[in-house]
Design a protein around this ligand. Sequence first.
Ligand code: DC
Length: 302
Amino acid sequence: MAPASSSSDISPQLAPKRAEYGVQSGHPEARDNALDAGFADTMLQDTASQLTIAIDGYSACGKSTLARRLARQLAYLYIDTGAMYRAVALHALRRNIDPKDSAGVEALLDHTYLQFIAGSVAGQRDMHLNGENVAAAIRTMQVADAVCDVAAMPPVRRYLVAQQREWGREGGVVLDGRDIGTVVFPDAELKFFVTANMSVRVARRMAELKARGQDLSPEKVEANLRMRDHEETTRADSPLRQAEDAVVLDTSSLDVDGVLAAAMVHVEARLAEKQAARRSGKGANEGPDRAGGRQALDGEQG
Ligand code: DC
């Protein structure tokens, strides 16, 4: 195991007190990434005219692909919130903490330092846990099996949501997850709820697993997706819900370019509205209530 994965190496001063870590919301970095990656059509704007884009939905509907591609196209920051829950689950497993042991996992949070750092793929960021690149390690079946329990724990959610709000504070950000439009940024200017029919989801998940050398029967994959859907929609804290003001994107019969194109229609409309509002002097304070959200959350955390 790489030394950096040992949480005892992290001094108390380095414990993740939110804002100091990860991708700081200094978006020039995100823009540089996009430019390095050669995205000539990247729109460069000041963050005041950029959007906060929330993407929620069930597993295997194409959320992350859409989020990543939108962020790249717009030169926005991309925050894969599922990777953060997975990293906490991985940390628990490595420390031999039962992923159902709420007190044990909560105690680990003070030693869980998360960052998204540019990786080998241009324009893409990898999840780092206590300084170690865990982009591959968080994608194993073992982590997938543990993460549902960890993601249902209120202390874990409070902790990660605080980081997500801090990183996304300045806008110009795309976040994907289960609670982005309902809890993390309920005032996001643009929310998508991504869906797909079950047979398409099964086929996509099987292809993903196959690419990682895992061959599972369609019945097994479907049972797993249904189990996840049930757990994510019925948990007490932040269950997966479609926000009332979300745009539903059914990706069943669209390829990745089609999904991006459908989403971009809404992005362009919102950008135009926001720019028009700014020009007319209205809406200067519109957009996510970032400060308010943060204060409420800090209060909850005591
Ligand atoms: O999107 P994903 O499969 O990488 O997410 C991993 C797990 O984390 C999954 O069980 C759903 C959960 N999750 C969550 O509860 N809230 C989020 N905002 C993102 C993911």
